[in-house]
Each structure stands twice: as C-alpha cells, then as structure tokens.
Ligand binder design. Structure first.
Ligand code: AMP
Length: 409
C-alpha cells in the first residue's frame, strides 16, 4: 500500500495540514486544510486536492490545550478519510534553522532541544513550530517526524551576502547574520525552473515570493546567493503587516524618546505596519485594489517600488538577470502588481506582454514578450510538496543507513 505523508505548517493561531500519498515521481496531494483562530474561535476546514470543500466547522475553544485539540481533530478527520491507513512520516515547516540546520532532519529528543535553543532567533514563530512536534510525538509515537527549514536554502550564500557590518567577532559569536527565509518556496521554484527555462536555470534568476509575507531571492544556477530577508523575517520588502527594512535608528528613537517597550515595538513593526499600516485599511492586497482611498494606492505603490528596487539590487548581485519569477498569493494572482513592477524594470530590458499577464491559470507560464531581455514567469509555489519530498527522503535515507549498518557479531 502507498505510504501517507502528513505535512504540518503551524503558526501562532493556525495549523495548516496537507496529506500526500507516495507517488511517482512525486507525492500526490490527497487533502489539505487547517484549523485557524486557535485560542479564539477555532475553525476547521478541509478540501480535496481539487479544491472541493469537505469540512467547515467550529471547534470548542479550550485555552492552553488548543494546539493539542486542533491536532487531535485533524488526525481524527484524516483517520476517517483514509480508512485508518497509517502515516509513514510527518513533515514540519520550521521557520529558523540558525547556523545549525542547513538540511531537513529526522526529529529526535536532541533535535527538539536544539530547536528550542534557536527560539530566540524567531521568538514569534519558532515556539509554534515546535509545539506540534512535541504533541505528535506523544499522540503518534511510532511515526517519524522530519523538520524542514525555511532558512536552509540560503545557507550557502556567499559570506558577503550573509553579513551585517557589525563588529565581525561579535556577530559571529552571537549568530547575528542574514539567514533569509521562504527557502522552501525558493527551493521549489529552483526545482521546477529547469523544465520552464533551461537558460535561466543555468543562469541568473530573481524570484519574488509575494504573499502576506514577502521576500525576494537571487538564484545563480538555481542556488540561492542573496535574499532580501535577513536575521529575521522582518527585513526587506514591506509585507501585509510588517515594515520590511527600516532604519535601526527608528527603533532606538521609539525606545529612547517615545519610551516604547520591546513588546510595543514588536507589535508595531510586525503587526501594525506594512500594507495595513500605510493604507490604514487592510493587509489584504485584494481589498487595497478594491478601495478608492488614496492611501490604499499609496500602500500598493510603496510595495511595488520596493519590489522593483530590490529586483535591481539583486540583479547587481547576479551581474545581470535572465529571468524574473513571480510566486505566492500576490505574485501568482495579482496582474496589477506584476504589471507595475515590470514597468519600473523596463530599463533593465523587462517587457511584459500585458494580455498574457492578465490571463489566469494555475500553471507556470511566461508573461513577457518574445523581445523582452528578461523572461518573466508566474510560477505557483508548492512549499508543502517540498516538505513531503524531504520528509520521505529523510525517512528512506535513514532506513537505508540502518540497512547498510553491519549487525554486530
Ligand atoms: P499568501 O500569503 O501567499 O497566501 O498570499 C496572501 C496575499 O495574496 C494577500 O495579500 C492576498 O490579498 C493576496 N492575493 C490572493 N489572491 C489575490 C488576487 N486574486 N489578487 C490580488 N492579491 C491576491
């Protein structure tokens, strides 16, 4: 019987899941869904691979046990929809691997301790990534778990792109450097790029992952060489509610003159800024496009201008650009943002075919003209598939290592 792979992507208030079945050459998606509103009004939804709605229901809120309860609910639902078939592996998305992790790892007690030691690097995300690992280890002790890191893809960037100009020994000792995030998304794009554009796959590509979180990366021969995100997922582009890059002097001013504490500053930078903060309306790009308030337009224009500036900066890093790839919620669906970014990059030789850009499809597609010096693509990302691949791969590798270990005489 084909093996089942469960992928978990847990955040502060939601747990997203995808269930895959082993397939050739790739795992095949069976179901996906989530519990959102954990701690407030937990709400469970599930869909088939084709997007048919299979479940939508409120769960009772149960304070500190909410993550546990949400996971139990997901497992129960899956059990009923897979005729009780056993899971072969559970793969988790983990936001920060620090310097320690540059590849997926099979979870052990030691690995959990090491993940906990990394919590200070991503205090808003990491604890929520670790909680489900602990709970699932208790609920399903026989099922191996694998952790996949959003930082791993960027681990081999040239040193100059990993540094801040802080005292060298100090930043090395404290691990204060640019890590980069959205690595599972970039890894997926890098994996499919050779089929889409062999020249770009062998050359220089800028990928714009534009979702509620947004970042860009420079790929040379499909390897990550630079990213707009740095020590945390706050640097670089403005996002739904995050500032993106900001003068560190502003933070000092907030502390020293406005007497804001760390929590207040964190809330301001992570939750009240970005598209929401600039527009005063919404963090959701669709709502900004639908609004005729000038501040909605200001927020979108700011977002577009920073994307174009970062694209040019990454093109300098790559010493040219063969392809520009748009991905994630905004990158895949928003023809207005794509059009405006490409217009600002016209001087780089980018020429968009506006009718191709306006078309909709869930498939990778070219949206630039034949004359464009830079090929522009829309490529739907698939971070869950990357996690499913890694998780199966990790389990298979471990099994073959055991098989190759000679039995003691
Ligand atoms: P993600 O975090 O990748 O799920 O992306 C979320 C972002 O994608 C939100 O800002 C949404 O408004 C945006 N988005 C989703 N669909 C569309 C669309 N059809 N047009 C514009 N933006 C969209």
């Amino acid at each position: 019987m084909k093996q089942l792979i469960l992928v978990i992507n847990a955040g502060s208030s939601s747990i997203k899941f995808s269930l895959f079945e082993q397939g050739e050459p790739d795992p095949v998606l069976l179901y996906k869904g989530q519990v959102e509103g954990i701690y407030v009004e937990p709400y469970f939804t599930a869909k088939s691979a084709d997007g048919d709605k299979l479940a939508a229901e409120n769960l009772p809120a149960d304070g500190p046990k909410s993550h546990d309860q949400a996971l139990r609910h997901i497992l129960k639902w899956l059990e009923n929809h897979t005729a009780g078939r056993k899971l072969a592996v559970i793969g988790h998305r983990v936001v920060h691997g620090g310097r320690r992790f540059s590849r997926p790892e099979l979870v052990t007690h030691e690995i959990i301790s090491e993940l906990e030691a990394l919590v200070p690097l991503a205090p808003l995300h990491a604890p929520h990534n670790i909680t489900p690992i602990r709970i699932l280890a208790e609920l399903l002790p026989g099922v191996p778990q694998v952790v996949c890191f959003d930082t791993a893809f960027h681990a081999n960037q040239p040193e100059i792109n990993q540094l801040y100009a802080l005292p060298y020994d100090f930043s090395q000792r404290e691990g204060i450097r640019r890590y980069g995030f959205h690595g599972l998304s970039y890894e997926y794009i890098a994996a499919v790029l050779p089929e889409i554009d062999a020249r770009a796959a062998a050359g220089r590509t800028v990928v714009a992952h534009l979702g509620n979180g947004a970042s860009m990366a420079a790929l040379s021969a499909c390897h990550g060489v630079a990213s707009t995100m740095g020590f945390t997922a706050l640097e670089g582009l403005p996002m739904g509610t995050r500032t993106g890059s900001i003068d560190a002097g502003v933070v000092l001013h907030l502390m020293n003159h406005l007497h804001m504490d760390a929590k207040g500053i964190e809330d301001l930078l992570y939750k009240k800024s970005g598209l929401l903060g600039l527009s005063g309306i919404s963090s959701d790009m669709r709502e900004l496009h639908a609004s005729d308030d000038p501040r909605a337009k200001l927020a979108v224009d700011y977002f577009v201008s920073k994307i174009a500036r970062e694209a040019a900066s990454l093109a300098v890093t790559l010493q040219g650009i063969d392809a520009l790839v748009f991905t994630a919620g905004i990158g895949e669906n928003d023809d207005i943002v794509r059009r405006d970014v490409c217009r600002q990059l016209g001087w780089l030789g980018v020429e968009l075919d506006e009718s191709l850009n306006a078309q909709r499809s869930g498939q990778p597609r070219l949206i630039s003209t034949p004359q464009s010096q830079v090929a522009v693509y829309v490529v739907p990302t698939n971070e869950e598939l990357m996690i499913a691949r890694h998780s199966l791969g990790c389990v298979d590798e471990t099994a073959s290592q055991y098989a190759a270990t000679p039995t003691p005489a």
